[in-house]
Ligand binder design. Structure first.
Ligand SMILES: NC(=O)C1=CN([C@@H]2O[C@H](COP(=O)(O)OP(=O)(O)OC[C@H]3O[C@@H](n4cnc5c(N)ncnc54)[C@H](O)[C@@H]3O)[C@@H](O)[C@H]2O)C=CC1
Ligand SMILES: O=C(O)CCC(=O)C(=O)O
Length: 433
């Protein structure tokens, strides 16, 4: 029976797990490592604009439920702000603020002419009918229309949103504007201006960074083992490309359960299974394990591909891995990070690791703007070049400054942003040191 109340989880905002507090600490540290003044921290710590919207939706039972949504636009010094929209019960203002800051850094590391934005609606979409979901998606885009646009702020998919949702959203925007504006959001279905390769892009980019990290660490990928948390767009595509490189994906999970197979899961079969709307917990060709066991497996590569705050002081203590590839945004708490760094784990930080998504979104937007479309090989080749260049820019910073990969990634992103501040005259030389 359909629930008639739409109660969502309480905010879990202890200070050390609040992603906005986490990202501010990291910004402060990295700015000081670059010997830049606190002026830069003060300019960058707050999003330039955060909009909160009320989203009344008539539910199938006739009642009106008023959901809450947000859009945070962090910084447009490098170009229009850009970033996904998530539908999740845990969405809150500080989460979208942090996610928008990560988007600014991500685009800066990959040398994209974009700033950072992010949006979200506090909702459990699994409780909505398709009609309710469509109405919510259209209502959300109407409410944020005054602040978005192809030269202002360009949304895209994130957790629990996908090309179908993007299709409804762009249709609503086009109706309001009176003509079609394909570059207004990315991650669209191909037939209405999406890009080849966008669906796979984040996972493909994650695996490019894993391949390069494996070279640095000395892990032979053919025959190596991996465990993944989350099997949605990013997790499943990461599994697919790891499998293609000969990596044994021994364990995966989703929100409902986790499974294990010592000799490696049949990844293509699992992707086919979950694409039919089934959950990992229902897959019978592998052994069910507990969520927490996923973190205890001795594997070469661990990929968090779900939500924030999963690698914590509790879980990191048990991890026995060589590489952590942060496919999710903000999956590691500061304490979890310290534990992994002390163990000598090579961490590919989120703002580098998962940047393939926004990179191909940028390519989609470019194709929309010129109204000329590339073949998939061209998109993938351009993605490969950007990811490899981003990876080695961060590695170089790590080696020059003798810092860990996360701080190095922040430093690469911040350096570019500060250059843009200078170029626009937002800061003068005396503000910098
Ligand atoms: N979709 C994209 O292009 C990009 C996504 N990301 C990040 O990647 C992560 C995953 O995003 P998507 O794959 O797009 O979302 P999705 O909605 O397609 O999949 C999320 C997956 O995580 C699972 N999950 C949620 N909570 C979990 C938990 N507590 N334990 C285990 N599994 C859990 C869900 O069941 C689902 O399998 C997010 O952090 C997102 O911000 C980052 C860059 C781009
Ligand atoms: O594709 C995009 O524009 C944004 C993807 C995103 O939300 C992310 O990288 O976290």
């Amino acid at each position: 029976m359909k629930p008639t109340t739409y109660k969502v989880e309480a905010d879990i905002l202890t200070h050390d797990k609040n992603p906005y507090e986490m990202v501010k600490e990291l910004l402060k540290d990295s700015i000081s490592e670059l010997n830049l003044s606190e002026n830069i921290y003060h300019m960058i710590k707050k999003p330039m604009r955060v909009l909160e919207v009320s989203l009344p939706v008539r539910m199938d039972n006739g009642e009106i439920h008023n959901f809450t949504g947000f859009r945070s636009q962090h910084l447009d010094v490098l170009g229009p702000t850009k970033g996904g929209i998530r539908f999740h019960p845990g969405v809150h203002a500080d989460e979208v603020k942090a996610l928008s800051i990560w988007m600014s850094l991500k685009s800066a590391i990959l040398d994209l002419p974009l700033g950072g934005g992010k949006g979200g609606v506090k909702v459990d979409p699994s409780r909505l009918s398709e009609r309710e979901l469509e109405e919510l998606s259209r209502t959300y885009i109407r409410k944020i229309t005054p602040i978005i646009g192809p030269q202002k702020d360009i949304p895209a998919p994130d957790v629990n949103t996908n090309p179908t949702v993007m299709g409804w959203m762009i249709d609503e925007y086009d109706k309001l504007r009176g003509y079609n504006i394909p570059g207004m959001l990315t991650g669209k279905p191909l037939v209405i201006g999406g890009s080849h390769g966008r669906l796979e892009a984040t996972g493909r980019g994650v695996v490019i960074t894993i391949r390069e990290a494996a070279n640095v660490v000395g892990v032979q990928l053919n025959g190596a083992s991996a465990a993944l948390q989350g099997f949605g767009n990013v997790g499943s595509m990461t599994a697919k490309f790891l499998h293609q490189l000969g990596v044994k994906v021994v364990a995966v999970s989703d929100v409902n359960g986790a499974i294990y197979k010592k000799d490696g899961l049949p990844v293509p079969d699992l992707i086919e299974f979950t694409s039919r709307g089934k959950s990992i917990a229902e897959y019978r060709k592998a052994e069910p394990i507990r969520h927490e066991d996923l973190f205890r497996l001795p594997v070469d590569i661990f990929v968090p591909a779900a939500i924030e705050n999963q690698i914590t002081s509790e879980t990191a203590t048990h991890m026995q891995v060589k590489i952590v590839a942060e496919a999710a945004n903000g999956p590691t708490t500061p304490e979890g990070n310290r534990i992994l760094e002390n163990k000598g784990v090579f961490i590919i930080p989120d703002i580098l690791c998962n940047a393939g998504g926004v990179t191909v979104s940028y390519f989609e937007w470019v194709q929309n703007e010129m109204n000329y479309y590339w073949k998939e090989e061209e998109v993938n080749q351009k993605l490969e070049e950007r990811m490899v260049e981003g990876f080695y820019n961060v590695l170089k910073m790590r080696d020059q400054k003798r810092v860990h990969m996360r701080k190095a990634a922040y430093m690469v992103g911040l350096k570019r942003i500060v250059e843009a501040f200078k170029a626009r005259g937002w800061v003068k030389n005396h503000d910098l040191y």
